[in-house]
Design a protein around this ligand. Structure first.
Ligand code: 13P
Ligand code: SF4
Length: 309
């Protein structure tokens, strides 16, 4: 949306007014820029936000995250108006699993239960039996009876990590997140030598050789909680850099070192997440666009989406 904004406006104050006036539920993911995380009453990882979206009584949900997350909020609470400040905020992982190809893949494994990670489109959710998040993936896989075979999609790295943790064999879809695959093993090893007391913490979307270097592996919220509860005073953070803001706020005396990507780019910033800005958020709340719409047929077939922890 390209509507002009009066440069004299205090956008923080205006957003506060709109939140009160419209009694909307504003849900930013931990990977958003600090300014739009700070003005929320609730912020979280995929699971936390999905649960919050499901239980909200507000008429409007303003979701600051990527498209599949806003889509999930709509699936869980279809009578609400769900807004996303920039509809182009996609996800490389969701894009790595096109529905037609996944349908054909599923047909090659007809007797398999399909578990999909929430980072996928509504079309993939409709082709799945169970949806998990990085917070509850292990628990969900363990809940499937041992005599059932499993397809896990779309993230091969999270899938391989679950296989390692549970000992369950699974057929993995070959998808990945561009942000979590960019970390340099060599640079992480060097950082560990420079900061021998720092704990390495990583998201399970990272590749196995990176996870092997880690002291703790967990979803975004689990990583945050670990930095609060662990006695270490320094952490090498191998995930999207947005979460470091919350880590620093929760533990101001500790230091957080972002793990470096392969090259000198800021590739550990998710370019999709960062499409949402304070200006777009203000316009979205004011004009109530752009709205996330899901065809009724997909809403029906995904109505049993599993988000319980
Ligand atoms: P979680 O929020 O489940 O940790 O997932 C991380 C992520 O990549 C979200 O896009
Ligand atoms: Fe998708 Fe990766 Fe960005 Fe998460 S961090 S939204 S998985 S591209």
């Amino acid at each position: 949306m390209h509507r002009p904004i009066d440069p004299a406006l205090d956008l923080f104050a205006e957003i506060e007014k709109l939140k009160k006036k419209k009694m909307l539920s504003y849900l930013p993911h931990y990977y958003q820029n600090a300014d739009i995380q700070d003005i929320a009453d609730f912020r979280g990882d995929s699971l936390g936000l999905a649960q919050q979206a499901e239980k909200t009584t507000a008429d409007i949900i303003v979701f600051a995250g990527v498209h599949f997350m806003a889509e999930t909020a709509k699936l869980l609470n279809p009578n609400k108006k769900v807004l996303l400040p920039d509809l182009r905020a996609g996800c490389s992982l969701a894009d790595s699993c096109p529905p037609a190809a996944f349908k054909a893949f599923k047909e090659q494994h007809p007797d398999h239960v399909v578990i999909s990670y929430i980072n996928c489109t509504a079309d993939i959710k409709a082709l799945s039996d169970i949806i998990c998040t990085s917070s509850n993936a292990i628990k969900i896989v363990e809940s499937v009876p041992l005599n059932k075979k499993i397809i896990f999609a779309p993230d091969k790295n999270l899938g391989a990590y679950i296989v390692k943790k549970t000992g369950r064999e699974m057929v993995l879809w070959d998808g990945a997140c561009m942000v979590h695959e960019i970390f340099s093993l060599e640079k992480i090893v060097k950082l560990k030598q420079q900061h021998p007391h720092a704990k390495v913490i990583a998201h399970p979307e990272c590749e196995a050789h990176v996870l092997k270097q880690s002291d703790f592996i967990g979803s975004t919220t689990a990583l945050l909680n670990y930095t609060i509860q662990n006695a270490a005073d320094a952490f090498i953070v191998v995930t999207e850099s947005g979460i470091i803001h919350q880590m620093q706020l929760a533990s101001p005396a500790k230091s957080f070192i972002p793990a470096p990507p392969e090259n000198t780019c800021a590739c550990n910033d998710c370019p999709h997440m960062k499409l949402n800005t304070l200006e777009k958020l203000y316009l979205c709340m004011k004009y109530e666009v752009p709205e996330v719409i899901i065809p009724r047929i997909l809403q029906k077939s995904t109505s049993s989406t599993e988000t319980n922890a």
